[in-house]
Design a protein around this ligand. Structure first.
Ligand code: NAP
Length: 249
């Protein structure tokens, strides 16, 4: 029997942390994995590419600012004209600029909203037409527990992550008749570079709120993302799957 064509899986922020764990999860199937990152230092993406290549997975890494509409448009036009399909989009790239509102600058607000929320629009709108035409596609947007419960010092981040949820539900309704599902995953406190720099006191406060009693691993989040992209989840759309150790119920 002929082997099916690999699924084309695009993961923004796939160079490290949660995005890398998602890439690793997809590496277990017949997938072509495209990761996108932005730091001019390619060490993290090189490491991810090395692991994928050792596993024999077809993969590509691209440096792209997902908050820039025209760069994202050009990137996906090129990708789709070369590979002639796009099956999975994981909108995972994200940043923080934490500050109490009293000290938050316009730049703090704009940077976080652009990278975390506008990027989700940029990438989704770029694949939407193709997925609809294919009558097949899976989009998973990475939100956050903070988008559901709020967090002092993260008004910009919480707004971006709550925005992702509204976006997810609206687009899910638009594309459902064409066989495309759109869901969000809202991680809790996960052990990545993003959280590594938090003051010990803040980390302890988070830990005290987690009934399962441990910090999450990127792999915990990747499991949910991967499942939402599987055939088993074909009847699930417009949902927010929480992966937070019970931190918020
Ligand atoms: P991370 O380790 O800091 O990774 C962030 C990724 O986003 C990196 O690959 C980074 O690439 C990429 N990125 C940042 N700005 C970008 C841009 N403008 N264009 C393209 N790529 C960009 O963070 P993480 O903890 O894995 O977080 C992944 C997602 O989960 C984020 O959306 C985050 O908000 C969300 N989340 C995380 C937690 C947590 O506790 N860690 C909790 C809830 C939600 P470069 O470094 O190359 O720029």
């Amino acid at each position: 029997m002929e082997k099916a064509d690999p699924r084309v899986v695009v993961i923004t922020g796939g160079s490290k942390g949660i995005g890398r764990a998602v890439a690793m999860k997809f590496s277990g199937e017949n997938a072509r994995i495209i990761i996108v990152h932005y730091d001019p230092d390619n060490a993290a993406s090189d490491e991810t590419m090395k692991i994928l290549s050792e596993k024999g997975v077809e993969s590509e890494s691209h440096r792209l600012d997902v908050s820039d509409f025209s760069s994202v448009k050009g990137f996906f036009e090129d990708l789709i004209s070369r590979l002639e399909r796009v099956d999975v989009l994981v909108n995972n790239a994200g940043i923080t600029r934490d500050r109490l509102l009293m000290r938050m600058t316009e730049e703090d607000w704009d940077a976080v909203l652009r990278v975390n929320l506008k990027s989700v629009f940029n990438c989704t709108v770029a694949v939407n037409r193709y997925m609809i035409k294919q009558r097949r596609g899976r989009i998973v947007n990475i939100s956050s527990v903070v988008g559901l419960m709020g967090n002092a010092g993260q008004a910009n981040y919480a707004a971006s992550k709550a925005g992702i949820i509204g976006f997810t539900k609206s687009v899910a309704r638009e594309v459902a008749p064409r066989g495309v599902t759109v869901n969000a995953v809202a991680p809790g406190f996960i052990d990545t570079e993003m959280t590594a720099g938090l003051p010990e006191k803040v980390k302890e406060a988070f830990m005290g709120q987690i009934p399962l009693g441990r910090i999450g691993k990127p792999e915990d989040v990747a499991e949910a993302v991967y499942w939402l992209c599987s055939e088993a989840a074909s009847y699930i759309t417009g949902q927010v799957i929480q992966v937070n150790g019970g931190m918020y119920m």
